[in-house]
Design a protein around this ligand. Structure first.
Ligand code: ADP
Ligand code: MG
Length: 256
């Protein structure tokens, strides 16, 4: 099997006349962490959503693990609804706003996808949910409801919920942007442990210091194109492109 977990070739997406992704190509090695940075509106969320097929690209190709999809005119080839669901389960996604089910307890939130998507028996689903809640440090909150949790705790539940489907890849879209500053650290710690455990991850983040520390590769996007990509230390400490430099200059002083 290839040591590349994700291969994206010539991906394009437009909304009306607005081209949001222009011929994007990207390779992500198995077990590597890619941080995606760039100004607001550059297409970072759209790219993650395309990988997860929440948005269907207009053209190009995406391979995740053993599944390849070719897109043409906004269609995912001959893919059936059932294949789409099984493909989606290979990529776990964590959003800025946690989107937990408010009427379900924490453990039920983590069980839900296992039971409905993967048809895992309830006892087994609960057992794995408890294991994941332990991993994110929230075992004692299993029976609490989302309302009773802090933002950082909610986001850790959302991570456990995404992990429950045993994804091969985790996608994080500004997972800490909605949090009060004092709650950012606990979520970043969980992400860091996941990375150390060998999960393949793409994270869109404004936490440049975190990207520098945890990511193997950094991708800088602007206006729907990858302007620069390379080893984290190189792109962040010594960017080759003027656009990357000027973007990063905004974070100077906040990165150390
Ligand atoms: P980023 O995550 O880098 O801030 P996005 O991927 O969210 O960028 O958005 C890129 C561009 O695409 C923006 O101009 C945004 O307004 C536009 N866009 C995103 N989603 C939609 C949509 N569903 N319909 C129309 N335009 C969209
Ligand atoms: Mg975004």
């Amino acid at each position: 099997m290839s040591d590349l977990m994700i291969e994206i070739d010539n991906l394009s997406k437009r909304f009306g006349n607005h081209v949001v992704l222009k011929d994007i190509s990207l390779k992500v090695g198995r077990g590597t962490v890619v941080a995606m940075i760039g100004p607001s509106g550059s297409g970072k969320s759209t790219l993650l959503r395309c990988i997860n097929l929440l948005t269907i690209p207009d053209g190009g190709r995406i391979r995740v693990g053993g599944r390849t999809m070719q897109f043409q005119n906004g269609h995912a080839g001959r893919m059936h609804e059932k294949d789409l669901a099984s493909y989606r389960a290979t990529t776990g996604m964590v959003f800025q706003h946690f989107n937990l089910f408010p009427h379900m307890s924490v453990v039920q939130n983590v069980m839900e996808g296992q039971v409905t998507v993967k048809k895992v028996p309830k006892t087994e689903a609960r057992e794995y949910a408890m294991e994941l809640l332990t991993r994110v440090g929230l075992r004692d909150k299993a029976d609490a409801y989302p309302d009773m949790l802090s933002g950082g705790q909610k986001q850790r539940v959302a991570i456990a919920r995404a992990l429950a489907l045993r994804p091969e890849v985790m996608l994080f879209d500004e997972a800490t942007s909605a949090l009060d500053p004092e709650l950012v650290g606990e979520v970043l710690s969980v992400m860091k442990v996941l990375a150390e455990d060998g999960m393949t991850m793409i994270l869109v983040t404004h936490e440049i210091a975190f990207a520098r520390e945890v990511a193997d590769q950094v991708v800088f996007m602007r206006d729907g194109v990858v302007v620069e990509a390379g080893p984290a230390a190189q792109v962040i400490d010594n960017p080759a492109q003027a656009a990357t430099r000027s973007f990063l200059a905004r974070f100077n002083g906040a990165t150390k």
